[in-house]
Design a protein around this ligand. Structure first.
Ligand code: ADP
Ligand code: ASP
Ligand code: MG
Length: 457
């Protein structure tokens, strides 16, 4: 079997869902399980309406909900025509009525908890998966809708729940295998799951890729296909450089570094369950299915270029922790890291000197609580509006003088916190946020104007 995951833009409207159906039909002999995201931007809108409701702005929340209802109705009408529309229209109506009731409840209480946030957010994938399943059936594909909340079992860490793999794998096998044996095509929503007690959870933004990998690993898939809106993993974000080129093959490690540092084409955790089972992951373009995409494998072939790609991650804050009184004090670093751990704030880049440590974080919400904690042990300063730039490539291990070339190129710029990662395959540094497009374009021009045809298309 294979897993085919369609991202938000690949199911964004009737045309996109129609294209997805044709792509799946081509793969029927490989026994696909289909995992879908919410239609493009729907999760953002759901989170916005949940927030509005939480602030007591009931009308604003209902207005946003009405917009989503209309979009789903229209898309359904276009996909199914009037006959089937009546039944599924009724089902949609019931779902949106339930959503509205939930929003009214949140607005009445005036409080939004992570648990209710998850319940609101789950509607995106619940609805898209049912709609896609209906559309596939109407196109002669034996689709069977599967409610992911009955298969993906997670802990109760709402909005970023972690799957409990033993139970999840068992549930997935139990639910999906009989359908595949009957040559049916299971269609399920990504991103969502539920606790052992049946409470709806979500596994983190962009998490549908992770869902696809979990399903693929559980069933021992021959491949996991991530269908998106670009030709594959590119040498950089095409928003920065329209001339970014496709990477034919990339290693799991390289892809993970890139994903972590901002190449949002792939969710970082995706690679984990797939690595463990040695399952190749493909990134493919649902708008250009003839393109062979990018293959992510355990071992990348040798590449003549120094780097495979450049990623950039904006909205970074540098936290400078200085403790002159504790000069060289044993346990200083430990207490700093413990503070970050207590507030569950992940650290991206670290650099140290004898009396201070600089760390970067990408979330601002936890800063006040973290600051109060850190202030007990050190002097702390924050610098916002920074960005991390990361150059990735397995060849970094063997190539001397690389840093000199990169920073020579940027000699007019203030570069902070340079680190050649412990993984030895990334060179990372911090710059001002507004410098990102210029820096990425300059580096791309320097390092990607001549490309090894074995690796790049
Ligand atoms: P989906 O909705 O299919 O999950 P995403 O929006 O999450 O799609 O990811 C695809 C987007 O990732 C692309 O449209 C592109 O703008 C962006 N992106 C950033 N960096 C890269 C990169 N190196 N290669 C390809 N796409 C990238
Ligand atoms: N719909 C979710 C999000 O927008 C999950 C996903 O698309 O991967 O974050
Ligand atoms: Mg995505």
């Amino acid at each position: 079997m294979i897993v085919m995951k369609f991202g938000g833009t690949s199911v964004e409207d009737a045309k996109a869902i129609d294209r997805a159906a044709s792509i799946v039909r081509e793969r029927l002999p490989q026994k696909p399980v289909v995992v879908v995201s919410a239609m493009a931007k729907v999760t953002d809108t759901l989170l916005k309406m949940a927030k509005a409701a939480g602030e007591g702005k009931r009308d604003a929340a209902m207005e946003l909900s009405r917009g989503l209802r209309e979009r789903h109705y229209n898309c359904t009408g276009e996909l199914l025509g009037t006959g089937v529309f009546t039944r599924f229209h009724g089902e949609l109506e019931a779902e949106f009525d339930a959503l509205d009731e939930l929003l009214r409840g949140i607005a009445a209480v005036g409080e939004l908890t992570p648990r209710t946030t998850d319940l609101v957010a789950s509607y995106g994938e619940l609805l898209s998966s049912r709609l896609v399943s209906e559309a596939f059936q109407a196109r002669g594909i034996a689709a069977a809708h599967v409610d992911s909340r009955e298969c993906i079992v997670t802990d109760a860490n709402h909005m970023k729940a972690a799957p409990l793999f033993d139970e999840t794998n068992e549930q997935l096998g139990h639910t999906l295998k009989p359908l595949l044996d009957r040559n049916q095509v299971p269609v399920m929503g990504g991103f969502i799951g539920s606790t052992r007690g049946g409470v709806t959870t979500t596994i983190g933004r962009g998490g549908s890729d992770f869902s696809a990998a979990i399903v693929g690993a559980a069933l021992g898939a021959a491949a996991i296909e991530i269908w998106t809106d670009v030709d594959g993993m590119l040498t950089t974000d095409p928003h920065f450089c329209p001339d970014a080129r496709r990477i034919r093959v990339i290693s799991f490690d390289e892809a993970a570094e890139l994903a972590y540092f901002g190449a949002k084409v792939l969710h970082p955790a995706t690679v984990l369950p797939a690595i463990q089972k040695n399952i190749p992951v493909w990134i493919l373009n649902s708008r250009n299915p003839a393109c062979e995409g990018t293959k992510i494998t355990t071992r990348a072939p040798h590449c003549r270029n120094m780097f495979k790609a450049i990623a950039a991650k904006k909205r970074i804050t540098i936290v400078n922790v200085a403790a002159p009184r504790m000069l060289l004090a044993h346990g200083f670093l430990k207490s700093i890291f413990e503070a970050f751990d207590r507030h569950r704030v992940p650290i991206d880049v670290v650099s140290t000197s004898e009396v201070s440590v600089s760390l970067t974080i990408d979330s601002n919400e936890a800063i006040p609580a973290l600051a109060a904690d850190l202030a007990k042990i050190a002097d702390v300063k924050y610098e916002g509006r920074k960005a991390i730039v990361c150059l990735v490539g397995e060849s970094l291990r063997e190539t001397p003088g690389l840093a000199a070339r990169v920073f020579g190129e940027l000699s007019d710029l203030k570069v902070r916190m340079i680190s050649q990662g412990a993984s030895e395959i990334n060179l990372t540094f911090v710059i001002e946020e507004e410098d990102v497009p210029g820096v990425v374009q300059r580096l791309h021009r320097t390092f990607f104007s001549e490309l090894d045809p074995a690796v790049f298309a």
